[in-house]
Ligand binder design. Structure first.
Ligand code: CAA
Length: 633
């Protein structure tokens, strides 16, 4: 097989390379340093027709093939990995599934502005409990007349904040495992659809990555992509193509680093000779060039298969896994060749080294890709179908919580909160130094962005004193607003609070923050936004204004005496999860009283676990006495 590119491909490469050198490279260093999304450059890419390369012209695309698409991503990533992934996620993960599965109306409405670069797209699959195990999706889409109501959230979403159109997956039938997942197109600005804070990342820092939050988002059924229950397969086939894009991104980053190392090795003289002629270096360069060539052939091979409408999932997985694995080796060698100079900020190889790492992780970790490749060459491993999960109370990031939202006047809400905490065993005569390290604090009062100006911290400190708590904050309050030292923020990447009482004030409930408090015994949320996600993750919530609630709470906790300082307050037990009854009916045979439970299915007739009674075929009969299905009650 030959993967010779055409003259047209190479002309496109020259055009994109010239653009990348002139418009992207000069801003790449600063954008990386400051995490600035390249708005202007993406707009220019749209104007040049590069945001919809593989889509027909009638939908605003360039009508080119997938090798052309790979070349565009490769050439952009050659100077900036961030710009490469912006184009890749937009094209492969959002525009493509709409092109492949959308109705004519959906294509006109959503694909055309995406492919013509007027709008930016993103893809929402990953969740806190659904990373590599994408079938573990927990975001729900409950039918409500002509609408579905979306609740939940997505994490690590590329382009998220700057996108206009999103393809997201959600569970429409929890009893059907991955066959109960559907895909939807949603738009920025829909009521209840918000974003978490932008992540601070190791690499691809100019691409925007944040959480998507859905709080009763009404999505019209005409925005379902494909059929009900097809969402998992849509996501999987979308990722097949996405992996060509990420492989091209890895190739581009590696190519840029290789060229920089080659140039440097010819310039840098040691022992009276350019280091390129030292075999230790020239062998590195030879290996790098070989790996680049192999990657390129694999990527263009997968793209060719896709264009020929032949199966390409395995080849795309191989290309992504190989190009990113060897890409890491290439950027490592490129930096090594630069010696100490390569370790300095501002050097392309320093950025390439950081940008490359993610390509072995996203759109399928390279470990998962080996699972995909193996399933193509060996076959899928035998496995039990996912049983309908026993229904427990719906859980958030912080696990099962009481979720009691207190009602009444402001005074009544505060009094109810204090009474509930006292009845849970909290003693408010004891105190703690407000600056006690977070992991050692028995209680903590946490400031979120909702507290407003820094001056309001004084009020929170008073609350912390009366509550016998230390003070802490969310990451943006420490890192962006700098109201507190960085070692006082709580979250997955910061300090963990694993003790008794957490009181979050003005905290919205970003996933990364909630992960830092998920083992706290009691979570109290005070926020004026009733839709804040923290209310779905708390034990007690007060919806109310900070300035009204906090002084009342300080007063209610103040017993008029100085607090007794206690280093280790006793551990308060956390609420125990309660099992809810199944949300489906058991059907009983009129003849022999056999019970059909959909959780168990009927192994005798090969009926899978999780199959609802209604979905049993007409000819199904009672496994005990042979009674017909119609005789069940
Ligand atoms: N195309 C179409 N259908 C597919 C498919 C594909 N590529 N792969 C699987 N399916 C179908 C299967 O045929 C099967 O359907 P049937 O039962 O009807 O036959 C169903 O989906 C389930 O397949 P599996 O049993 O193989 O599913 P699994 O749960 O065992 O494993 C997995 C699937 C390969 C591990 C998958 O979960 C996976 O790819 N995980 C990685 C997820 C991932 O890549 N996430 C990246 C997030 S996006 C991102 O990173 C974007 C970014 O930031 C840029």
């Amino acid at each position: 097989m030959s993967y010779q590119t055409t003259k047209e491909h190479e002309a496109l490469r020259s055009k994109v390379r010239a653009f990348a050198e002139k418009e992207v490279k000069p801003v790449a260093f600063m954008n990386d340093q400051e995490s600035i999304f390249p708005v202007e450059q993406v707009k220019m890419l749209g104007e040049m027709g590069l945001m919809g390369i593989p889509f027909p012209e009638e939908y605003g695309g360039a009508g080119l093939d997938n090798i052309s698409y790979a070349i565009v991503v490769e050439e952009l990533a050659r100077v900036d990995g961030s710009t490469g992934v912006i184009v890749s996620a937009h094209t492969s993960l959002c525009a493509w599934p709409i092109y492949a599965y959308g109705t004519e109306e959906q294509k006109k409405k959503y694909l055309t502005p995406l492919a013509s670069g007027k709008k930016i797209g993103a893809f929402g699959l990953t969740e806190t409990n659904a990373g590599s195990d994408a079938g573990g999706t927990e975001t729900t889409a409950d039918p409500d007349g002509d609408y579905f109501i979306l609740n939940g959230g997505k994490i690590f979403i590329t382009n998220a904040f700057y996108a206009d159109t999103y393809v997201v997956t959600a569970v429409t039938n929890p009893d059907l495992g991955m066959r109960g997942i559907s895909a939807f197109i949603i738009e920025k600005g829909q009521e209840g659809f918000t974003f978490g804070d932008t992540y601070d990342k190791l690499g691809i820092r100019a691409s925007s990555t944040c959480e998507l939050k859905f709080n009763n988002v009404r999505v019209h059924k005409s925005n379902m992509l494909g059929q009900l229950g097809e969402g998992f397969k849509i996501a999987m086939s979308t990722l097949d193509g996405g992996r060509i894009g990420i492989a091209a991104q890895a190739l581009g980053i590696a190519q840029g680093a290789f060229e920089a190392a080659l140039a440097y090795s010819k310039e840098r003289v040691q022992f009276n000779s350019p280091i390129a002629f030292n075999q230790a270096i020239s062998f590195k360069l030879s290996d790098m060039a070989t790996k680049l060539r192999a990657s390129r052939l694999m990527i263009y091979g997968a793209a060719t298969l896709k264009d020929a409408k032949q199966p390409y999932g395995m080849e795309a997985a191989m290309a992504k896994q190989y190009a990113s694995d060897v890409g890491l080796e290439i950027v490592n060698d490129a930096l090594q060749i630069h010696g100490g100079s390569g370790y300095m900020k501002g050097m392309l190889v320093e950025r390439a080294y950081r940008d490359m790492k993610i390509t072995t992780i996203y759109e399928g970790t390279n470990e998962i890709l080996r699972v995909v490749i193996a399933s193509h060459i060996i076959g899928r491993p035998p496995k039990k179908e996912t049983a309908a999960k026993a229904k427990t109370a719906p859980t958030g990031v912080t696990g099962v919580r009481k979720k009691v939202i207190l009602e009444g006047t402001a005074q009544e809400r505060v009094d109810k909160l204090v009474a509930a905490l006292k009845s849970d065993g909290y003693d408010f005569t004891i105190g703690l130094d407000a600056q006690t390290p977070i992991p050692q604090s028995g209680r903590v009062v946490v400031a979120g962005k909702g507290i407003g100006g820094k001056e309001n911290l004084t009020l929170l400190e008073k609350l912390a004193y009366q509550a016998g708590a230390a003070v802490g904050s969310t990451r943006p309050v420490a890192e962006t607003l700098r109201y507190m030292p960085i070692n006082r923020y709580i979250g997955m990447s910061g300090q963990k609070f694993t003790n008794n009482l957490y009181i979050g004030v003005g905290v919205s409930g970003a996933g990364q923050h909630l992960k830092g408090i998920k083992t706290a015994s009691t979570i109290v949320a005070i926020n004026n936004d009733p839709n804040a996600l923290i209310f779905k993750n708390c034990d007690y919530g007060i919806v109310g204004d900070f300035a009204e609630i906090i002084p009342l709470l300080i007063q209610a906790l103040d017993n008029g005496e100085a607090k007794r300082y206690v280093e280790q307050p006793k551990k308060i037990k956390r609420a125990v999860p309660k099992k809810l009854p199944a949300n489906y009916k058991i059907h009983i045979c009129n003849g022999c009283a056999y019970e059909y439970d959909q959780k168990l299915g009927d192994p005798e007739s090969d009926t899978m676990e999780g199959t609802p009674f209604e979905m049993l075929p007409f000819e199904w009969v009672c496994p005990e006495c042979g009674e017909e299905k119609s005789q069940f009650i």
